[in-house]
Design a protein around this ligand. Sequence first.
Ligand code: NAG
Ligand code: NAG
Ligand code: NAG
Ligand code: NAG
Ligand code: NAG
Ligand code: NAG
Ligand code: NAG
Ligand code: NAG
Ligand code: NAG
Ligand code: NAG
Ligand code: NAG
Ligand code: NAG
Length: 661
Amino acid sequence: MLQPAVLTVAAAALVAAQAPSYAPIRVDCPSDPLLGRLGDPTQNNQTLPPNEQTYMDKRRNDVLPDLWRSYLEDSSTGSTGYSASDIVNSQPNLGIAVSGGGLRASLYGAGTLSAFDNRNSSSAGGLLQLASYLAGLSGGSWTVTSLALNDLEPIYALVTGENSSRAGGWLLDRDILAPSGLLGFGDNSAYYQALEEDVRAKAAAGFPISITDLWGRALAYHFLNETTEENFYSTDAAHDQGTLFSSIRYAPTFQSGSMPYPILATTSRIDESQQLTNDSTSVIPLENTAFEITPYTFGSFEATLAAYIPIEYLGTQLSNGQPTNSCVNYFDNAGFMMGSSASLFNAVQEGFVGATFSSLLSNLLQAVTDLDPPEGSVALVANYPNPFQSYQPFTGYSFESSGNEILQVTDGGEDGQNLPLMPLLAKARAVDVIFAVDGSADTEFNYANGTSLVATAQKVELYSHNFTRFPDIPHNQQEFVDQGLASRPTFFGCNVSDANMANYSNYPIIVYHPNSAEATPAGSTNYSTFKLSYPDEEVITFLNSANEYAKRGYPDPATPNQPDEQWPLCLKCAIVDRARQRANISRTDACQSCLDRYCWSPEIADQLVNATQTAQNNSAAASPSSSPDDSSGAVPALAFPLGGLVGAAAAALVGGLALYV
Ligand SMILES: *[C@@H]1O[C@H](CO)[C@@H](O)[C@H](O)[C@H]1NC(C)=O
Ligand SMILES: *[C@@H]1O[C@H](CO)[C@@H](O)[C@H](O)[C@H]1NC(C)=O
Ligand SMILES: *[C@@H]1O[C@H](CO)[C@@H](O)[C@H](O)[C@H]1NC(C)=O
Ligand SMILES: *[C@@H]1O[C@H](CO)[C@@H](O)[C@H](O)[C@H]1NC(C)=O
Ligand SMILES: *[C@@H]1O[C@H](CO)[C@@H](O)[C@H](O)[C@H]1NC(C)=O
Ligand SMILES: *[C@@H]1O[C@H](CO)[C@@H](O)[C@H](O)[C@H]1NC(C)=O
Ligand SMILES: *[C@@H]1O[C@H](CO)[C@@H](O)[C@H](O)[C@H]1NC(C)=O
Ligand SMILES: *[C@@H]1O[C@H](CO)[C@@H](O)[C@H](O)[C@H]1NC(C)=O
Ligand SMILES: *[C@@H]1O[C@H](CO)[C@@H](O)[C@H](O)[C@H]1NC(C)=O
Ligand SMILES: *[C@@H]1O[C@H](CO)[C@@H](O)[C@H](O)[C@H]1NC(C)=O
Ligand SMILES: *[C@@H]1O[C@H](CO)[C@@H](O)[C@H](O)[C@H]1NC(C)=O
Ligand SMILES: *[C@@H]1O[C@H](CO)[C@@H](O)[C@H](O)[C@H]1NC(C)=O
């Protein structure tokens, strides 16, 4: 049993590349206020946190202008006909969002982003380097964190380990929760003891713990970089137990302003009464505040909070902004942050998953109980001492968890929004266009069908319309599918009357890029969210499929095997369209004809339904044997079954069973 590490350090926050252990430490509090306000979104006067503003200023001054100019002038991706200088001066502002959905979503995100890496000569343009922001949620948060903490290593090298300093890359051939396989009890048990030792140190230092701590430690073995094939089971080797999310600031690409600003998304619940019931459409109600984790902050731009705590002080309990005790550093462990964004254990409820899973859950709970959690720990969610206790946001709004001592942080997708769009809709960020990489398992076969966009549209309409907007999209998933929009990339919200994106009445263009059966080789990208290990061949095939789809666009239905040669240009036209409008330039014919093909509006819905039916009839005629219509009865009766998250929780519990029984 370790001694409580109640070490008090006088000084400002420790921003270090590494903490000495997994346990946070107590430090003296700074004299300046700890909470930052983000401005009143309903008054259209939001501000960025000062550190993010400084970072973005550097990135916009030193890095982005040259990159945008070369992108616009690169004739290999097509010519828009716009003056590059005019567009560059109007500062195009791109965000990328990578969805949740377990390892499938991590790989779908990685393969897609690899197609937009300017170091890859065959790419459709360097959107990865051009993006101002890169947001990830759950499985997508693992990709984003891995890229950021590995200094934007080229993606194939990062994931596979080939041409990388780290042999094995993400080491996905080892199951995240049972790396020695379900029968290899001995090694699994040593592995678990190592994870438990770290979490025990956190509990011994007086911090609440839960299943999420063990989960986050396991994720760190794969997505951070200290664990290799050789040292996997070594208890002498470091396994990123001290790696902090805030240490992204030390990555050379961050220091030079060359990294898209990384953001992870989470939700939170008030207490266990907020759960999946037979009547609810999601675990967490859409009205709850969605949080974001960045290299500088933890907080939310939503009107229900509009505040943040500097991430180096995360873990500090505050009441109405004032510390109730000493302050805390090193709570922002990078594995724990990834685990928080993917903390879905509360989604597993007895009535929903049945008695078998409930009994598995009790085994895992027992393991956490054995670690002596401090009183008040909540086992099924990520536990954060609440920095926003008794906090009052602006007039007319209140923060739903202001009465909690522990903020109960949950998987980013548990409100149905499985794409991290809310952070990119914050008006202070003035994002022009969001490239939405959707690897959710909405359908029976683990493909996306627009569910997460429908959820965000509802969130904005019901709870956020006073401070942001979302473009028109189809009303529901059935319309997405019927119009063929779950089968190919589509642009939503192309036309606005005014392109000042800081104005709360305006919305960005959403480039929707759903994982789809029609756009990828059969079976290569639709593995179950249950699957927590991938052999090397499956990893490569998956990356290649996602990479090729991202470069192919939407082929002419008459020649479905030919990539759309115009796609790189059409994408470029959409990515710079708001900047074009701010520069008072008219669309060129080349761009207008592109946008006519890829932009959606309600007026063309019927036409799309007809075209989709015609295409389906043609392909059914061509291959009469394939009929996808035998899915009756298998789809759960839920509007938002979490993009497969419940499945991932179940898999986690199966993995846990092998270790604990
Ligand atoms: C935003 O506007 C409100 C009302 O006008 C004002 O009280 C507040 O100080 C402003 N906040 C900022 C950050 O400018
Ligand atoms: C891990 O990544 C960090 C940040 O880029 C780097 O400083 C460190 O050298 C890397 N470690 C290994 C073992 O590759
Ligand atoms: C570029 O993409 C190809 C797949 O088309 C991949 O094989 C290669 O490794 C990628 N290169 C880098 C540097 O990521
Ligand atoms: C590794 O580098 C070699 C030589 O540059 C290249 O041919 C190969 O595609 C790279 N492999 C990966 C996975 O990036
Ligand atoms: C949900 O419905 C199932 C099947 O009808 C039932 O067995 C279960 O008890 C219900 N759960 C709740 C929480 O109402
Ligand atoms: C789309 O996904 C949702 C969520 O999984 C599911 O309930 C619905 O049946 C699906 N609809 C279609 C048309 O695929
Ligand atoms: C993947 O999709 C194919 C159809 O494209 C389907 O036959 C297969 O069952 C799916 N696999 C999984 C694991 O859902
Ligand atoms: C939006 O603002 C109006 C007027 O200030 C207010 O009445 C309404 O409650 C607000 N709506 C939401 C969802 O906050
Ligand atoms: C905000 O946008 C709306 C709709 O485009 C426009 O009517 C309004 O004038 C704009 N307000 C400002 C302050 O630009
Ligand atoms: C575009 O036109 C508007 C209205 O005429 C004007 O206010 C703005 O300065 C112009 N922008 C540029 C970049 O010329
Ligand atoms: C956008 O505006 C252009 C030019 O006015 C028009 O041709 C096009 O149909 C509009 N597109 C959508 C999707 O509304
Ligand atoms: C769609 O097809 C229906 C039935 O064939 C037809 O009546 C309708 O006019 C078509 N709509 C469009 C927009 O093409």
